[in-house]
Design a protein around this ligand. Structure first.
Ligand SMILES: Nc1ncnc2c1ncn2[C@@H]1O[C@H](COP(=O)(O)OP(=O)(O)O)[C@@H](O)[C@H]1O
Ligand SMILES: O=C(OP(=O)(O)O)[C@H](O)COP(=O)(O)O
Length: 398
């Protein structure tokens, strides 16, 4: 079955519409939201429901409170920011289930909006517990999932809850995420180039394996490049290497070559004598990384090589920074790649929290075709997995 979207529901007026959003946003030590992209991203869905006269009940998690009610994980800052963005009062419920919440919802009028407290204050959420899901539905009549970033989790507010609604649909953010993903991966305009970086080799090797069946070129930068370089016999000093994955890296590289996929690895780097913003640094070739030093960014020759590799690309997908971009001394490679991707003529799709933040910091946000709100969810889609939250929408669609 195909997914039904919120604009295909015939009657929203006066209906209690439960919208699962992902307001898992970063907060500073004073509980101020430092980045509200995920809240802005669901405004079209919320506004659509409000304009249609629905009574909107929003549910989200924030952080990992592990089934306990902890004030620092309250949805209060998110509700406040949403209220400002909508220019409209957003009431924060004292909980996500229970009689008081139910009374608040029953008293709602058309065009009202309520934010429930963090669904992860209950263990039932992550356990995908049906009883909790039934309570969480709070007597609402229509379920909408617009929480792409958490759709890889089979949790109660994402999966089990759909059993308790006669009408189940997806929101516009979900639609965008799926559309861009399909454009890039199902029917890509070729050449399709994948750029992978970041630190988590273990998580990304599986992604890479499945990408071998789809892409024309692979560019590997960031920490994960050094496991590959070590597998190819280079001495990479103290650079990040996942020793137990060296064999897998070697066979992945060999498979790529067999398939005729161009596989780009760094040829030079910014090496440092320690993992510190004040470290002594120098640009070296990959062959010359000093024994006790570590590579924390790609070097200028690599930037030139990778930029050249992107020239002919018609579709680019990117996850993971090229270096430790949080420290100025090791940020040039990542920012140079942001520029190269932003100025290419390709359809460009970026996913992952750190990559997203690098694009924002470089001020190139507007030039990227699509920035996914999902990190883990985006990677699981790339791996070819069916996300539980999307599967239930398909099963309950049209
Ligand atoms: N050469 C490197 N050595 C160590 N860490 C690196 C290196 N390059 C990038 N990183 C780190 O990788 C982290 C991001 O990795 P990851 O979480 O896999 O990416 P994303 O969040 O975009 O999916 C960043 O914090 C960055 O500092
Ligand atoms: O931030 C999220 O995912 P991400 O860090 O993979 O982008 C989602 O809100 C999921 O959170 P979780 O990884 O605690 O289940």
């Amino acid at each position: 079955m195909a997914i039904r979207y919120i604009d295909e529901i015939s009657e929203l007026k006066d209906k209690k519409v439960f919208i699962r959003v992902d307001f898992n946003v970063p907060l500073d030590e004073h509980q101020n939201i430092t980045e509200d992209t995920r809240i802005r991203a669901v405004l079209p869905t919320i506004n659509f429901a409000l304009d249609a006269g629905a009574k909107v009940v929003l549910a989200s998690h924030l952080g990992r409170p592990k089934g306990e009610r902890k004030p620092k994980y309250s949805m209060a800052p998110a509700a406040k920011r949403l209220s400002r963005l909508l220019g409209k009062e957003v009431l924060l419920a004292p909980d996500c289930i229970g009689s008081e919440v139910r009374q608040m919802i029953d008293a709602m009028k058309s065009g009202d909006i309520i934010m429930l407290e963090n669904v992860r204050f209950y263990e039932g959420e992550e356990k995908n517990d049906e009883n909790f899901a039934r309570e969480l539905a709070n007597g609402c009549e229509i379920y909408v999932n617009d929480a792409f970033a958490v759709s890889h989790r089979a949790h109660a507010s994402v999966e089990a809850i759909t059993k308790f609604f006669p009408v189940v649909a997806a929101g516009f953010l979900m639609k965008n995420e799926m559309n861009y993903f399909e454009k890039a991966m199902q029917k890509p305009i070729r050449p399709l180039v994948a750029i992978l970086g970041g630190a988590k080799v273990s998580g990304k090797l599986e992604v890479l394996e499945s990408l071998l069946n789809k892409v024309d070129k692979i560019i590997i930068g960031g920490g994960m490049a050094f496991t590959f370089l070590k597998a190819l016999g280079y001495n990479v000093g103290k650079s990040l290497v996942e020793e137990d994955l060296i064999e897998t890296a070697r066979s992945t590289y060999a498979k790529a070559r067999e398939k005729g996929i161009k596989f780009y690895l760094p040829v030079d780097c910014v090496a440092a004598d320690r993992f510190n913003p004040e470290a002594e640094t120098k640009v070296t070739t990959i062959q010359e990384i000093p024994e006790e030093w570590m590579a924390l960014d790609i070097g200028p020759a690599t930037v030139a090589l990778f930029t050249e590799a992107l020239q002919s690309a018609k579709t680019i997908i990117w996850n993971g920074p090229m270096g430790v971009f949080e420290m100025d001394a090791f940020s040039r490679g990542t920012f140079a790649m942001v520029t190269a991707v932003a100025n290419s003529y390709a359809l460009t799709i970026v996913g992952g929290g750190d990559t997203d933040s690098a694009v924002h910091r470089a001020g190139e946000y507007a030039k990227i075709s699509y920035i996914s709100t999902g990190g883990g969810a985006f990677l699981e889609l790339l791996e070819g997995k069916k996300l539980p939250g999307i599967k239930v929408l398909e099963e309950n669609g049209k």
